[in-house]
Design a protein. Structure first.
Lengths: 415, 415
């Protein structure tokens, strides 16, 4: 049995470790990172785990299985935050995992596999720009170039690690061997409104969406808003408006999400026909081929729209990340655990990035989403109910206990 | 006969009076204003005119008719400029009028009416924000509140007038009596591409368009670009895009011009669904009822578009100016003069504002547009051919001589 009250008390206690009073801010290699690791370590020990901090500053607790040195199911999430954040994005997954182990420990239950709970030191990338520093180190995909990245005060990651008491030279020791890892499992708030709208507390994640980000420049002809007839115009903003609606239509038709989040006019003035417009496109899909096909047809359509208007179109790629599918046997284990707890199984793709994207290079991954109020995240208004927190942790525990997870040999995972 | 070469030499000489070397900048009550007035005064005197500077700093030359103290046809334009301007917007109309009077003077021709050439001191409003200071003073519609307006250096118009040698207390003396003014006639570059596209050098202006400027705020719901499904979004930018296209469609359907010249996202970010967008609408039409009808149906349509998307719409009026029709007998006189010179008469509405808007409060107005290269104005690339300059001045002269202008009693003009 999960101690739901205890879990909520711990979530609140961890939320008080913040560099600012108004909203939670907890950055990697900071004094708050140290305090959070120390506090989480005490809870891990109380739950019967052996605790150590690895070479990148992840806090790790291990609960042995029936056989010592058995391969481990890694369960966790991240302890860092964006600035002015909420208290559940990250910590929920770490503390719910500890609550599950505590329940096992209390009733003296040992599993066929070990459980390792990891509180990753950095997923958000708030301080140094690069994301998933903690999980990349564990997965062995950490790019050493990140050590030279500097924060707003000019401190490099390597310097910050040393001040934190870590040795950048020893970073490779954080990487785990695939054979030691059965899989990676994470409970996380949905950060979207779907579960709330459906009236469901939980869902299994099918994939972490792949994403492409584009920068688009439209070049028309500036002119006097009073003297140039409509028929002779090459209005870059009218062309951009047609493109924005084309992005929306393409996403609706393909069943994915796409957003124009920035749009700027160059030299915009109330009485001047816009001559140049810049905007961005963020497009995400659970399957890479769907994303690629949608982008190709969208770009062709934008080209057609702009040609008709005599407006120049330039598209450049800012960023591209492949989709990360969750392992079918992990999804199936989550579905079975849902049914076991009397919950309706449901599947969702994750639109946001998570540590599982890095961990998938090491082992099969599975994720559980928990509904959150209004789909709000990255904001102090982020909220879940105590009942849902307890239910999410109970579901996580049942998946941790699932015999199905150990039946798939870790060696069968393709790297 | 117009001295076309002399006119072009004068246009170039006047263009050298600028506060910056790169592009023309000549502001009201500046050292350049003083130099320009003095230079124009010498040309007026050489053309047989009596010259004075009025209480707002307009430079005025009078060429008497057959009877002394006869009512005058006022012919002119403005001598000030925007920053980084071209050399024809304004000066062409003043110097062409002087060239016309010079031609009359040279051949000893006196008309039934007097001619007064005015070089207005301010039409653009570049220095103090308020436009048409010169023509408003002449028309008797100068708002004394403008005396308190300050330029970028904190100097008020009243202070600037005193430094220029003018007495703000005497401003009312610049106003002319309606009975003394037969009409106001102006030659100006088109500032648009229509005449060039039609292969015509000149056109009679039918009206100076009325204009309405609106500020629009759309309020949707910000959200995570990855986690909020398309169907549940209230994207303020998608709503704005639909509105921008509705503005364009409404203008095309009504045969007027409308422009969204500014559009800004509040807190725009590449991975955030836009929650708030601000944009402007500038809509102009030669008839006020057409403008009002189009605006009403456009606003209803935008409201419908936003309601469908669950996006809030707020529209506020920034500025409204009624259309100024040109007098039918002035248009007819311009048409007859075109025919007399072997030019095809053509009619155009003016999308830009002009001194005629103020002068219409005093007397009937007429305007001639001259084609300019690429429709470019308010930029150093502003260009006309010497042949067109000469043709425009010749046409202006023929209209100045037209007996039709004096047959309409100034008293019949409604104020």
């Amino acid at each position: 049995m999960i101690d739901g009250h205890g879990l909520c008390v711990q979530l609140d206690a961890l939320a008080r470790i913040s560099s600012q009073a108004d909203g939670l801010t907890r950055l990697v290699m900071s004094a708050e990172h140290r305090k959070a690791n120390d506090l989480v370590a005490t809870w891990m020990r109380a739950a019967g785990m052996r605790v150590h901090e690895d070479a990148i500053g992840n806090i790790i607790g291990r609960y042995e299985g029936l056989q010592p040195e058995a391969p481990a199911l890694i369960v966790g999430s991240h302890l860092d935050s964006v600035r002015h954040a909420g208290r559940y994005d990250g910590p929920l997954g770490v503390l719910a995992a500890i609550a599950g182990v505590a329940a096992l420990h209390q009733r003296g239950e040992k599993l066929a596999h070990a459980i390792e709970v990891i509180g990753f030191c950095d997923e958000e990338g708030t301080r140094f720009g690069a994301t998933m520093l903690g999980s990349r180190a564990v997965a062995g995909s950490f790019d050493d170039a990140a050590l030279a990245l500097r924060d707003d005060e000019g401190i490099s990651l390597a310097e910050a690690m040393q001040r934190f008491g870590l040795d950048p030279e020893a970073l490779a020791s954080a990487a785990r061997r695939p054979g030691d890892c059965l899989g990676y499992l994470e409970l996380h708030i949905e950060q979207g409104p779907v579960l709330e709208a459906l009236g469901l507390p939980c869902a299994a994640v099918t994939a972490i969406n792949g994403a492409t980000r584009l920068a688009v420049t439209l070049t028309g002809t500036a002119g006097h808003a009073g003297t140039v007839p409509m028929a002779g115009r090459h209005d870059a903003l009218c062309a951009a408006a047609a493109c924005v609606l084309a992005v929306e239509d393409a996403a609706l038709a393909a069943g994915l999400v796409a957003t124009v989040g920035r749009l700027e006019l160059r030299n915009g003035a109330i009485n001047v026909i816009p001559g140049e417009v810049h905007f961005t496109i963020d497009l995400r899909a659970p399957q890479d081929d769907l994303r690629h096909r949608t982008l190709a047809s969208l770009e062709a359509q934008m080209r057609h729209l702009c040609e008709r208007r005599g407006v120049g179109l330039k598209v450049s790629k800012l960023h591209e990340l492949a989709a990360t599918p969750c392992a079918p046997h992990m999804i199936a284990a989550i579905d079975r655990a849902c049914t076991g707890l009397g919950l309706e199984p449901h599947h969702l793709a994750s639109g946001a990035g998570h540590d599982g994207m890095a961990m998938a290079a090491l082992c099969p991954i599975g994720m559980i989403f928990l509904r959150c109020k209004g789909g709000i995240s990255h904001h102090p208004d982020e909220s879940i109910t105590p009942e849902d927190a307890c239910l999410g942790a109970s579901l996580l525990l049942e998946v941790m206990r699932a015999p199905g997870l150990t039946s798939v040999n870790a060696a069968s995972h393709k790297f």
